[in-house]
Design a protein around this ligand. Structure first.
Ligand SMILES: Nc1nc2c(ncn2[C@@H]2O[C@H](COP(=O)(O)OP(=O)(O)O)[C@@H](O)[C@H]2O)c(=O)[nH]1
Ligand SMILES: [Mg+2]
Ligand SMILES: [Zn+2]
Length: 325
């Protein structure tokens, strides 16, 4: 065998080695594909639209809603992966509305996930307006990274809505609503609210009986065909909401209706989150940089409370939520 032949043999061996390597790579890829086939039960990116004990209703992109099992704690608005009709994973949440579990204070309960807007629904009367609850929801919004809106309902029952209007000072959009229908409208403020929610995922939160479900029905009036069961599901006051549900309106607004929460504790907050929930306090300077706005001399916040610029109730809320820090 001369040199050239030797080189030729070497080339052939190299080629065969190459071929073998290629075959191995191909076989491995095939095995891998087999594993993927074994996971054909996997479905990614479904939206959770309802939750119940051990189950949730999911709406796969473009598909029909259906019930799935879950061992994980999911919330409406969650994006989940489903494997064999069971929740396999929850996508990281962009925002949340959560509260402390009243039974186990070390546990946080997520009420809604990935929402853009928290609609704090509070009646001006029947039940009476409770600013303390509004303040706690504002803290929850700051904590969860959500834009809050205050929706004052039942404005047909009281002419004076100033108790709620003060929240404009705190930079919170305030919408005055009533579902009582005047001619040619779906009710006071309904169009305005619908406009604010267009294209967003929102959650309705507030005390039971304030009119959340009625509001949803009024908003959905323009989309009855599309939302179908909304009025039967929420039943305009005749049916009490017992679990959260995500509804879709014609203008792309998606709304999570929640049952009334008797006790709402937003959990522990940082100084920054507290400042975000009470932004109007920043206008008033205090003598001491680390002023706790309690007994310190030269406290601008207390001065503002004394001269009526800050409502007393809002100041009391602040102290209560702030606690000891
Ligand atoms: N006067 C008046 N009553 C309302 C209005 N909205 C709701 N209600 C009534 O308030 C009650 C509770 O309403 P509902 O929507 O079930 O409240 P939810 O528990 O917050 O969902 C029902 O009897 C409604 O008819 C409103 O704008 N004006
Ligand atoms: Mg309801
Ligand atoms: Zn101060």
């Amino acid at each position: 065998m001369n040199r050239q032949e030797q080189r030729g043999m070497a080339d052939i061996r190299a080629m065969k080695r190459h071929q073998r390597v290629n075959e191995i790579v191909a076989r491995k890829a095939k095995n891998k594909a087999k594993v993927t086939n074994n996971e054909e039960g996997l479905e990614t990116d479904s939206l959770v639209i309802g939750v119940g004990p051990g189950v949730c209703t999911i709406a796969p992109d473009g598909g029909e809603p259906r019930l799935c099992r879950t061992e994980m704690s999911v919330a409406p608005g969650d994006r989940v992966a489903i494997r064999f009709e069971k929740v396999a994973a929850i996508a990281p949440r962009r925002t949340t509305l959560s509260r402390t579990d009243p039974v186990n204070v070390h546990r946080e309960r997520v009420i809604a996930a990935n929402i853009d807007i928290l609609v704090i629904v509070a009646a001006i009367a029947d039940p009476p307006f409770r600013p303390g609850l509004v303040d706690r929801y504002l803290v929850a919004a700051a904590r969860g990274g959500v834009q809050p809106i205050l929706c004052v309902t039942k404005v047909d029952l009281a002419a004076d809505t100033s108790a709620a209007e003060v929240y404009r000072e705190a930079g919170v959009p305030v919408v005055r609503c009533s579902v009582q229908v005047d001619e040619g409208t779906d009710g006071t403020g309904i169009d305005e609210l619908r406009g604010l929610l267009a294209g967003s995922l929102a959650v309705f939160a507030g005390h039971s009986g304030v009119g959340k479900s009625s509001l949803l029905n009024a908003l959905a009036r323009e989309a009855r065909a599309r939302t179908g069961g909304v009025s039967e599901e929420t039943g305009k006051g005749t049916h009490t909401t017992t679990s959260s549900w995500l509804y879709t309106l014609k203008n792309g607004a998606r709304i999570i209706d929640t049952p009334g929460i008797r006790v709402f504790d937003p959990g522990t907050v940082t100084a920054d989150q507290l400042s975000a929930a009470f932004p109007e306090f920043a206008e008033y300077g205090c003598r001491f940089r680390d002023c706790k706005h309690r007994e310190e001399p030269g406290c601008g916040i207390r001065g503002a409370v004394d001269d009526g610029s800050i409502p007393k109730g809002r100041y009391m809320s602040y102290l209560k939520i702030r606690g000891d820090f």
